[in-house]
Design a protein around this ligand. Sequence first.
Ligand code: PXP
Length: 248
Amino acid sequence: MILLGVNIDHGATLRQARYREAPASAGAAVEPDPVALAILAEQAGADGITVHLREDRRHIQDHDVVRVRQTVATRVNLEMACTPAMTEYALRLRPDSVCLVPENRQEVTTEGGLDLVGNRDRVAAVVRAMDAAGITTSLFIDPDAPQIALAAELGAPWIELHTGAYANAYYTPRRAAEFERLRRGAVQAHGLGLVVNAGHGINYINIAEVRTLPHLHELNIGHSILSRALFTGIAEAVREMKARMNPA
Ligand code: PXP
């Protein structure tokens, strides 16, 4: 069984588009509440909930993370930049796992995996600190042999293979080569004793192929699930608003 971690960041993106100024005390009252989405996702079978607290707080807010930690009954995976501030934050929050990702203020979403070669000492320090606190560290990396080898050397128990390049190449001639990169990466990582997760750009079409990658432990999926939920829910949402506009 491949596990599913549902990333709820884009629920918060939608909320921030209208309620950026809402006070933290408004909590669950402003729509859509990402924490309510997390609970529904769990009830539907999600094996864990992922949130990315970005430095610029563009979607998930600090109060969301606190409420996620308090309410999620499965596992909380905190995606974070590899910085001292986020390390302290994670040690206070105590998620079940952290996933170290690169962060660049200009990017629309996480682009490219974390460069372990260029950030070796910083990553090693976070892995050690999390390990001492009983928090599992996952490293979000491109499926490249030197990055995977270094992940194992740094003692991280998990990696998350970045599937973004594959997803972007899906409708191009490069798809087979990108899939092969992921396949080789998964085999290498498993051989080194790493738990192999994957994520970014996985959707209802490419999942048919992604799921055939060897040694997959967990997939972290956000955008496609939130997007699909708009369609599976819009009819009821329109009916309810019309009923409230014109109560019988
Ligand atoms: N995994 C990581 C490390 C990510 O940064 C993201 C994007 O926030 C995801 C998984 C989920 O990607 P998507 O929203 O495209 O499913």
